[in-house]
Each structure stands twice: as C-alpha cells, then as structure tokens.
Design a protein around this ligand. Sequence first.
Ligand code: AMP
Ligand code: MG
Length: 490
Amino acid sequence: MSPFDALRWVNSYARLPESFHQRVAPTPLPDPYLVAWNPDVGDLLGLPAGAGTDPGLVAAINGTALPAGAEPLAAIYAGHQFGTWVPQLGDGRAILLGEVETPSHVRWEVQLKGAGPTRFSRMSDGRAVLRSTIREYLASEAMHGLGIPSTRALAIIGSDAPVQRERTESAAVLVRVAPTHVRFGTFELFASRGLAAEVRILADYVIEHDYPHLLPLPEGERHAAWYAEVVARTARLMAQWTAVGFAHGVMNTDNFSITGHTIDYGPYGWLDRYDPAHICNHSDHAGRYAFRQQPAVGLWNCNRLGEALHGVVDEAAALDALRGYRGIFEATMTELLRAKLGLSTADPSDAELATDWLGLLHDSGADYTRSFRALSRYDAALPTSSDALRAEINDGQALDAWRARYDTRLDSEPQSTAERTRQMLATNPKFVLRNWVAQDAIVNAEARNFDRIREVWSVLRKPFDEHPGFEHLAESPPAWATGLEVSCSS
Ligand code: AMP
Ligand code: MG
C-alpha cells in the first residue's frame, strides 16, 4: 500500500488511441531511498499529510508497487531540436503513472522522470541522474514561487545504481506533476505523418481537458480561439521568464507545453549579472537559445505548432494569432517592468527609463535580481537607502544620473513611498535559484546529505520573503562556482 492508492486515478491520456502512447511499466532501481518530498504538491494532489513518511511511498515511486488504478504509459511526440526537425522523440525516460482527480475536480498528471527505458528511449538508458532531478525539482518549485506557470515537483527518490554521463553518477527518479505533459511536438508528430484525424483528436482532448472554458464556442471558432490562447500564453510566459532573468536553455518544440507552463528544466539558468547575450547551455554553441533570443524563439515555436494544426485551425485565424504574439509579449513586458520599477501609472517615458536602467545594470555588471531588490527599498528622502544600490551598481555617476530621472518620475506617482516599497518587494524577488546554489545542494546530496535541498526549497517557495539567516543564497557565485557549466547532459 502507498499514499497513491487512495487517489482517484482517471487516466484520460490512456483512453486516447494506441498510436498516442506505449503502455509500459517503470523499471525499478535497486535499493531506492527518499531524497526529497514536497508537501506543497502533496496537498495539491490531495495526499494525506503523512504521505511523505509513508513506508510505501518509495516503492510506489520506484514502480515496485504500482498504485491501484494507475495505467502507466510513455507518450509519443516529435519536435524541432535546435531548429532541426526530429521525426520521432517521445517519453524516453519518463513514464506517465497516470492522472489523478482531486476531490475539488482538479486533474493532475503524475509522471516519473528517470523511470527506465521505453520504446522511445532510442539508444539511451531511460534514466535520470540525481544532479538533474535536483535541478528540476528546485527550479520548478522556484518558478512556481515566482508566480510563473510551471510543472511541479512532488518528490525525488535516489539509488546508488551507477549511470554513465560525462562521469559516473547515481540514478534518481523525479515525480513531476502537471495539468498535462502534451507538448507542441506532440502535435508535430501526428501532423508530420499526415495523420489529420489524430491531430484533431489531440486538439479536442487538450481543449476539453485544459481549455474547458472554450467548449461553449461553436466548432468553427473554438479551435482558432484555442490556438490564439496558446500563442498568447506562450508570449506571456516568455515575458515572465525575461522579467525574472530566467533562461530555459533548450527551447525545442518538444520542450514547449501546450498549456504555456515552463517544462523540462535542463541546462537552465537565472541570470546573476545582467547580460542579455547570456547563453546558459554549454552545449548551445551558436547561442540559439541565448537569453535575449527567447521571445523570438517562442514565436518560432508557435509557428511550428500553427503548421502542425493546419487542418484544425483556419489559416487566416492562425496568422492573426501569430501576428498578435509580439503585441502580447511587449504589453506584458511593459506591465512587468513597470511593476518592477514600482510605477503604478503609465507614462510615455517609462520604456526609456526601464531600458536605461537595464543598460546601467549591463554596463556595470550588476546582479539582476539584487539590483531590482535594492531599488525596491530606494527612497529619495533617505540618502542611506541608495547605499544598497551603490553596492550593486559600481558606476556611481551613471547611477546618480539615472536616479535623478527616476526621482522625477516617482514625483508624479500617486503611491506613497511605503506603498511603492511594499509593492516592489512583492514583485522583485530576493531569491532566485542560482546555479551555484543548486550545485551546492547537488554536491551535498551526492554525499547523502539531503538537508540542503530542503533548505533551498523552503526559501525559494517564498522568494519574496526576507528569510533571515539565508542571505547567502542571494549572493553571486563564490570562487569555486565561477567556472560552473551546465549542459544538456542529464
Ligand atoms: P530533453 O533534451 O531532456 O528534453 O530530451 C530530449 C529527448 O531525449 C526526449 O524525448 C527524452 O525522453 C529523451 N531522453 C533524454 N535523456 C534520455 C535518457 N537518458 N534515456 C532515454 N531517453 C532520453
Ligand atoms: Mg524534453
């Protein structure tokens, strides 16, 4: 028995035609142990409070005791990887345990990432390493804490079973939770094979499952409205990533969620110093997925999805949706930057003020997250309040010049300084998951100390709080981490 047995498994994806998936059970790891448990996501699924210490938990995640009612499967998909069409991918190391419906009728897919080979594993081992599962666990919860749509992480189990990457590492399984794991690439697979009926079945499935508010629309309008919403959600997600300084690293169409959630955390990174040209993925030699490319790549991916939906969404409507992408991205970006600068009203000079602030951060090599946080406490009437800003931005003259313009702009604001500070502190996080922080948790976990994972998680789930005693997690990379590189290896 495990806590998963009490859940109501509905498994709607398993009801789709056989061509959508392979039924496959997880391949258990030897001598598994619990590495991390996230009670927030436990609550989301409706698991009992003691689920994290239930003796049956690890076996259930390891696949030796499948929950009653689960129908495990691996989904097929395809995708454009670094711009190149790959005709078939699929869950090569993830197994969808099933889908649960909570008492309040919310449905969540529960997926085991690293659960062993499937028909889609190609030449790989079907495994995930402890390092990459910790990176995904912490990043997805950090993203959620920042208020940005993301897959969630329930738990990690580990095993001493060796897994060969650049070095020998140990195996782990991440329990990932999302409304759906359908990707842009799932549509591309069926479309590329000329399977128009399957494309429509999948579109109808996603609309019914994840966009039920569109169901009342007449057939002819529904699919176009749905595609427009996917495009809009993607544009907003790109703006949200940009605003928090997040670079995904592998924005292939198979890593783009049909619900606009951040999915598949690999060689991602949150910016330390502000550099729009930053490439977080060491394997991305051409910089296709550099930080500043993300909005354009999001649109490129929406184009590929639009092509795959050719028989389902009217072409003129699809082109309209795509034409709307840029406006949605820019409007969201303007709104987010205004909030980050503490401006509650709109002024035509705001765009330039924001651009010049970012230029200041770039030119002085300032830390992106800490600079906005320092600005949140800035008060023209309190000379000491600019000390924190000076500590981040080393060009005092340029800072003073910008500050004078900011002061003038703030004078026209109806908000009091106290109100502005409160709003900015709730908008500009103190903490993001810095690579060195993740790495430190990984190094500890590889030595069987999992406390650091819990500590980092407990801070990042509430990144706008002060968390006294954890200030070090907001620091720039220490000397040992300055050469840290992350790649596609996971
Ligand atoms: P990713 O770059 O992690 O999004 O993975 C791209 C594709 O490769 C997906 O279809 C994965 O399922 C598959 N894949 C990645 N790593 C492995 C692995 N170790 N074993 C089997 N398939 C894998
Ligand atoms: Mg992927």
